[in-house]
Design a protein around this ligand. Structure first.
Ligand SMILES: [Zn+2]
Length: 568
């Protein structure tokens, strides 16, 4: 799993380089028609149950004036109206990714990336090449390695010493939960056999008690805190890169899962300079929110409430992840342990109730069945205690629920925020993820059809840069449950495959619902935001195994082009 779609990245980059100015602004021409722009001769999937398909749409300003047949829509054009012939191309409401880390996404475009190094030899070559190409870098840092790339499922410092002998190196796993340090980095951080494990983390040790170079969870901070700090202008650049990359994937909106105040300011500057994306933001959820802290977070929510940048939520972590066996389970993993929750139920209940009362939506990362149960319980109790309704709290990831718990999502109005590319069944997924879970749990993991069948609102995201936020890749994954190479034949746990329409709905209307914006966006209808994406092929008729080849031709946000592929 966890591969950035390299071909898609290259294609998008080519389009960006060749495309016209991405944010042209108003032309200033006099327009005698009622519409500023009309798009005709398309196959438009509106997402509206009353009129799911249309041929054409008209835009005035930033909103949709009308959708319908090409002849009727043409009549809304006058002198000065831009008429775009879609030539049968497919149009969807703009994609919304309900779970990203934009800053990490932006940095991932510049850093040493190990995402597509699926075996140890490729990984070695990639690290060595980056270190040689960047001799002035004081540290070798990067991310994206997968557990399956290592012979024993975990790396060692000696392996990294052989690749980077001359300076400290720290490389993060694709899921962000494990660090791989070389001996120089451990020395600088003064990590020895005598060092105690920090709270919420583990320094892995060999049989003789020596640190192996693997740093789990919070133990990564012991080395990370020594890295040169990134400056605000560098973060702003990374945000801007992330924003244009998102637009190239057909995204008109994303949900930022957690951010610091300093990063928020950089993001705000980046969006002023590059307003090509709507960003819905979750602040960090604190363990014991004092009235002062809540007041400060409410103040930020009021300050950032615009059409491009809007705060509405806080995000916290209930448990860890499957691969490092930190996701909280009821039954032990095959290799032992039941994972760990970061809170007691009481602590979680208190914090969730405080944020619920203060009007925040709460997003809780919960992956194991026990973590998911804790999150749902906290949401149910907060609503009962505060008498609140319609907060649309969210469980993020919910990878391994007890199937009986799925009904609680609908009953409590909790959004299931899942990630479309998580079930991508490559070697790491099958060798590490599935075998860590064991067959019974794997069978009910990432069960997206079961979530739909339980009547939950399911919003799709990517967790970029954990996975690529390439939406076409996500759609292909949930519809086929196969890799781009067509493996495993028939798909992994194929009973959980989704229809294209269901998948589109989760990336549009349901993701808009998850941020409380479904009245303004998420479908294409009169009066809604003119946010949409034009694709090279008809998603409703293309063969499932060909979805991966569909290209984004044009992304329109608030009536204006935010991305245009070369040749469109
Ligand atoms: Zn995340």
């Amino acid at each position: 799993m966890k591969r950035i779609g390299r071909a898609a990245l290259v294609a998008a980059a080519a389009g960006l380089a060749a495309g016209a100015p991405l944010w042209a602004g108003k032309t200033g021409k006099t327009n005698t028609g009622r519409a500023d722009r009309v798009f005709v001769n398309g196959r438009i999937w509106t997402g509206e149950p009353s009129q799911p398909l249309a041929q054409a749409l008209a835009i005035r300003g930033s909103t949709i004036l009308e959708t319908g047949a090409s002849d009727a829509i043409r009549k809304l054009a006058g002198k000065g109206t831009e008429v775009v012939d879609l030539r049968g191309r497919f149009v969807s409401p703009g994609f919304i990714d309900a779970h990203v880390h934009l800053l990490g996404g932006g940095w991932s475009l510049e850093e040493l990336r190990l995402d597509d190094a699926s075996d140890f030899a490729t990984l070695q070559a990639r690290v060595r090449a980056w270190a040689q190409a960047n001799p002035e870098a004081r540290w070798v840092t990067g991310e994206g390695w997968s557990y399956g790339a290592f012979p024993n499922g975990m790396p060692t410092r000696l392996q990294l010493d052989a690749l980077v002998p001359d300076r400290p190196a720290l490389l993060g796993s694709y899921d962000g939960h494990t660090g791989w340090a070389n001996s120089a980095a451990l020395r600088l951080a003064e990590i020895t056999r005598a060092t105690k494990d920090p709270e919420g983390g583990e320094i892995a040790r060999d049989a003789a008690g020596e640190p192996t170079g693997v740093l789990k969870e919070s133990a990564q901070r012991l080395v990370e805190r020594l890295l040169p700090k990134r400056l605000p202008h560098e973060n702003e650049r990374a945000f801007r890169n992330a924003i244009s990359r998102a637009a190239s994937w057909g995204l008109t909106g994303v949900h930022q899962a957690g951010i610091s105040e300093e990063e928020l300011e950089s993001l705000s500057h980046a969006l002023q300079a590059s307003p090509q994306l709507r960003v819905y933001v979750a602040l960090q959820m604190e363990r014991d929110p004092t009235p002062q802290l809540l007041a400060r977070q409410q103040e930020l929510r009021q300050r950032y409430s615009g059409p491009r940048l809007r705060i509405g939520a806080v995000k916290g972590f209930v448990d860890g992840v499957v691969e490092s066996r930190t996701a909280a389970m009821f039954e032990p993993y095959a290799a032992g342990g039941t994972g760990s929750a970061n809170w007691t139920q009481d602590e979680l209940d208190r914090a969730v109730a405080a944020y619920d009362k203060a009007g925040f939506q709460v997003m809780l990362h919960a992956i194991g069945e026990r973590g998911i149960d804790m999150a749902l319980t906290a949401f149910e109790r907060a609503a009962a205690k505060n008498g609140t309704r319609g907060r649309r709290h969210r469980v993020e990831h919910l990878e391994v629920p007890r199937l009986a718990d799925l009904a609680r999502f609908k009953a409590a109005g909790v959004v299931a925020s899942t990630q479309a590319t998580f079930p991508y069944p490559d070697r790491n997924h099958l060798d590490v993820y599935v075998s860590t879970l064991g067959p019974e749990r794997a069978h009910r993991a990432l069960a997206y059809k079961a979530i739909d069948d339980a009547g939950a609102v399911q919003a799709f995201g990517s967790d970029w840069p954990v996975f690529s936020a390439d939406v076409v890749h996500g759609l292909a994954t949930v519809v086929t449950r196969m890799t781009d190479q067509g493996t495993p034949a028939g798909g992994w746990e194929p009973q959980q495959r989704l229809s294209v329409e269901a998948a589109l709905r989760h990336y549009t209307k349901d993701a808009a619902f998850a941020e409380g914006a479904e009245q303004e966006r998420g479908t294409l209808a009169k009066g809604k935001a003119a946010d949409f994406v034009v694709l090279s092929q008809d998603l409703l008729t293309v063969a499932p195994e060909r979805i991966k080849d569909v290209k984004v031709m044009l992304t329109v946000l608030a009536g204006q082009n935010s991305y245009r592929a070369a040749g469109f």
